[in-house]
Design a protein around this ligand. Structure first.
Ligand SMILES: Nc1ncnc2c1ncn2[C@@H]1O[C@H](COP(=O)(O)OP(=O)(O)O)[C@@H](O)[C@H]1O
Ligand SMILES: Cc1cn([C@H]2C[C@H](O)[C@@H](COP(=O)(O)O)O2)c(=O)[nH]c1=O
Length: 197
């Protein structure tokens, strides 16, 4: 059974896609487990919510200390596991998900960001790129033009930034999906260098 990584920039409808897949399984009386990192508290602890307004409750929250191979209980019948905000999981949790696909014979579909606002891979996303059978891009347009968005531009008080911690929960007021050209332009306007190598 396969491990999937469906990645896209902020606001590309990743959560909407996850909720739609969950709905499809459940409408066929199939069992899905919805997982998310406990770090993501934006919409209340166990809520998986899309900007479209749709939401569902997570079945299991993954803490830093969670041992998925011990703490996650397999239901009698299980057809799929869906994981939201997967960029916040540790590489170890990603490895454990990889093992669960074969131990439980179940597909696992992970949704999340590939890179942070500094253009760097999140550690969990890096591990997924290494371990996933299937890597799919969820596309959206740049907020500044009509090209495809690739990066996540962070604004603080309306000014583009590339400094600060990788993780800071937020919505449209902080992060915008952008193409390379608009990302670079916003940094230039803020007198900030493109992240160095
Ligand atoms: N008021 C709205 N009604 C319907 N769809 C919306 C609304 N606001 C945003 N959306 C859509 O929701 C999607 C993004 O939501 P979400 O699933 O939260 O994305 P992501 O998980 O990638 O951040 C976009 O496709 C956007 O067009
Ligand atoms: C780019 C970026 C994002 N985050 C946070 C902001 C949100 O809480 C989530 C992304 O949610 P979405 O459903 O994909 O919009 O991640 C962060 O902490 N650091 C970043 O660099």
């Amino acid at each position: 059974n396969k491990l999937y990584f469906r990645h896209g920039p902020v606001s590309s409808a990743k959560t909407l896609n996850l909720l739609s897949v969950a709905h499809s399984y459940r409408s066929q009386n199939k069992t899905v487990l919805l997982l998310k990192p406990s770090l993501d508290t934006r919409f209340g602890n166990a809520t998986i919510k899309s900007r479209s307004g749709l939401e569902k409750t997570a079945d299991f929250m993954i803490e830093d200390t969670t041992d998925l191979l011990v703490d996650l209980q397999k239901p009698k019948e299980l057809h799929c596991i869906l994981v939201d905000e997967v960029q916040f999981l540790s590489p170890h949790h990603i490895s454990q998900l990889r093992h669960i696909t074969s131990l439980w014979s179940v597909p696992i579909i992970c949704y999340g960001l590939r890179t942070d606002f500094r253009t760097r891979l999140f550690p969990g996303s890096k591990r997924l790129l290494e371990l996933a059978d299937n890597i799919e891009e969820i596309k959206t347009t740049c907020y500044g033009c009509n090209r495809k968005a690739l990066f996540n531009l962070k604004h603080v008080d309306g000014v583009a930034v590339v400094d600060g911690p990788s993780v800071q929960l937020g919505c449209e007021e902080s992060y915008f999906p952008t193409c390379f050209t608009c990302y670079k332009k916003a940094l230039t306007q803020a007198d900030t260098e493109f992240p160095s190598d």
